[in-house]
Design a protein. Structure first.
Length: 653
């Protein structure tokens, strides 16, 4: 009966449970069941509005709220919050952290709505004055969804990453706006929970090898902990490490890190791992995903942890559990009573059924493409009318459930038809004379097999002429033929034109004059036909019955074939150069690493600089716990070979 909140950077949902949940509604529901959560915050959806499907929005038993990029293409950012209908129902929902966006079907910004319609706490112009980028751009990338429950305000967030220092200004501006929004809400007496991927590690304990990171960045420990984003984040957190005097307006911490609060000294509690170097097996990662709560509801939390065993993304889920009964003032209240509109739950028991009228305007179910959608299953499971029930009539027809089962389990949309419906030929309905409509139709219309078959001239020619003359192999095209092969080819052509000897004899009797010029065997020509060679094809035409003459096929002579073959003696035979072709089109042979004698893997340098774009070979094993190459261990060894150097060595004698 407790409430569980889970955040997970799905990174486009890289096949979390052997299937893609975005394409299978049953698997999507099963994912929530495995997470055992009542509220799920997802980041990095990598979809646009046009990519939303029924199985993403119309999830049975769940409501959803999206914030998707306004200008960026698919594959960038995106946040969604799913809430279980049987447990909680938000009373307000907004998109964005600043409040400059507008609700659906409205031209008024969230921050300009009446007090009873907006969540509040929006950053002021003074607070945003330190932002180095345009404030309105912070809400245009689909990075924040805000839900208000009577118990608290939930902010699902996906903070910009440190893209090689290219977006430091945007990243700092976003975190500054988040800090201002949280402080304003808490100052207004609201409880706040922030959950999502903040792309900031608190201190050295939240990174696998901070010493190596500092060395590569050229930072001292003091400079490392005081980087702008890390300093801003730690000033927002209770027990955050801040060196020197706090910034103006950030004198007091506002949020409590739930996972670190329950595991203060735990090492290796990482939530993100670099996939390019296969860093997850050795747990070489960092902790950048959080569930944070305002200090006023710190005592509401009963448990918090990470679920590092759930695969499918380069992040793992992080969850927090709220107690079943919480203290509000001097009395205990069930958490469900405060997670729904007033009067829906009482002492943890539902007294009013769920109503879609409670849905805020931002709900995914109210998007025009999905609003008031009906499932095909509902059409077949309607209750029978009273008149039909009163007559007590029975029918041998299938019940709606059985008929639906016979149609298959695929989902039908208004513009589609079931693919396994019976074909019209098999639908035979009884008529008045005892026969079936299908049989009557068959009697009126000739069967397809009774119609005379039309044969094209080309079909008749190919059937009469037998196998066409053509190239048999690439080798035969390039390689010269010997005289024996040419004679054999002529004999094979003659065999292809074989006919009964009786027909040939009758033909020879009618054209005895032509036999003086052409000597043939009795199985070489068809009676009544003449063969004329035109180009590379053979034309067959019927002989004039009055002339009683025929002409033999104009077959190439052995001398002409031999002459053509002699002209091709200078052509290079690719069969002879088979090894060169194989090297060109086949994968290069991978070198073996020095430490384990295993085939290396090939990667490409993407870091800007002189070597950008160059490929190299390294040990295939994952990196060790330190993240560096090790010698004589089970982890990645020190093998490193430039691809150009290996190709040169491999192509040598």
């Amino acid at each position: 009966m407790s409430l569980r909140i889970t955040t997970w950077n799905v990174n486009g949902i890289r096949n979390p449970f052997s299937y893609q949940p975005w394409r299978d509604q049953r698997t999507f529901t099963a994912m929530f069941d495995i997470l055992q959560a009542d509220i799920v915050i997802m980041q990095e959806l990598k979809i646009q509005r046009k990519d939303l499907k029924d199985d993403m929005v119309l999830v049975p038993g769940w409501d959803c709220y999206f914030s998707l990029p306004k200008h960026k293409k698919a594959g960038y950012s995106g946040v969604a919050i799913y809430t279980r209908q049987s447990v909680c129902a938000p009373i307000k929902a907004e998109e964005g952290i600043i409040g400059v966006l507008c609700p659906p079907n409205s031209s008024t910004c969230y921050c300009d709505l009446p007090e009873d319609q907006k969540i509040g706490g929006y950053p002021t112009a003074t607070q945003l004055s330190v932002c180095p980028v345009d404030a309105s751009a912070l809400d245009s990338e689909g990075r924040c969804v805000v839900l208000e429950f009577p118990a608290f305000i939930l902010i699902g967030v996906y903070s910009p990453a440190n893209s090689a220092g290219n977006r430091d200004d945007f990243r700092l501006g976003f975190l500054n706006a988040l800090d201002a929004r949280v402080r304003n809400l808490v100052s207004a007496g609201k409880h706040v929970i922030v959950a999502g991927d903040l792309n900031v590690s608190r201190d050295e304990l939240d990174s696998a090898n901070p010493v190596e990171t500092m060395r590569k960045s050229g930072l001292t420990p003091e400079e490392y902990i005081s980087t702008p984003t890390r300093r801003l984040f730690n000033q927002l957190l209770f027990e955050g490490k801040v060196l020197g005097q706090r910034d103006e307006g950030r004198e007091q911490p506002m949020l409590w890190d739930t996972c670190r609060g329950f595991h203060p000294e735990r090492k290796g509690m990482f939530t993100c791992w670099e996939q390019k170097i296969n860093a997850r097996p050795a747990n070489y990662g960092s902790r950048i995903d959080y569930v944070l709560c305002s200090i006023g509801i710190k005592d509401w939390i009963s448990d918090a942890n990470i679920q590092e065993g759930l695969l499918g993304s380069d992040h793992c889920p992080v969850y927090t559990v709220i107690k079943e009964k919480i203290n509000v003032g001097e009395k205990q209240v069930h958490i469900y009573d405060l997670m729904n509109p007033n009067g829906v739950f009482k002492a943890g028991k539902r007294i009013r059924s769920y109503d879609t009228k409670w849905l805020p305007a931002l709900s995914g179910r109210l998007i025009p493409e999905f609003d008031r959608r009906r499932s095909i299953r509902d059409m077949f499971t309607k209750k029978p009318s009273l008149t039909a029930a009163s007559t007590g009539r029975t029918s041998n027809a299938l019940t709606p459930e059985a008929e639906l089962h016979s149609l298959g389990s695929e989902t039908l949309t208004p513009n589609s038809e079931p693919s396994n419906l019976p074909s019209p030929e098999r639908l035979k309905f009884p008529s008045s004379n005892g026969s079936t409509l299908g049989e009557k139709r068959d009697a009126q219309m000739p069967h397809q097999s009774q119609r005379p078959a039309k044969r094209s001239k080309s079909t008749a020619v190919s059937a009469a002429s037998g196998p066409e003359r053509g190239q048999k192999s690439l080798k035969g095209f390039f390689k010269p033929r010997s005289s024996g092969q040419l004679n054999g080819r002529i004999d094979s052509k003659a065999d292809d034109l074989s006919v009964p000897s009786s027909s040939l004899e009758s033909s020879l009797q009618r054209s005895s004059s032509s036999t003086d010029d052409v000597k043939v065997q009795s199985n070489q020509f068809r009676a009544g036909f003449s063969f004329t060679k035109t180009g590379d094809s053979q034309d067959v035409s019927k002989t004039d019955s009055q002339s009683n003459t025929f002409r033999p096929p104009s077959l190439p002579s052995a001398e002409s074939e031999l002459k053509e073959s002699q002209e091709c003696e200078g052509v290079v035979d690719p069969i002879v150069t088979k090894e060169s072709w194989s090297k060109l089109f086949s994968k290069p042979v991978a070198p073996r690493c020095e430490g384990h004698n295993e085939p290396c893997i090939k990667l490409t340098t993407k870091k800007s600089g002189f070597n950008c774009g160059r490929a190299f070979w390294i040990c295939p094993r994952p990196v060790g716990p330190t993240g560096s190459k090790e010698k004589g261990t089970e982890w990645r060894c020190q093998t490193f070979i430039w691809s150009s150097d290996w190709n040169a060595r491999d192509s040598g004698p």
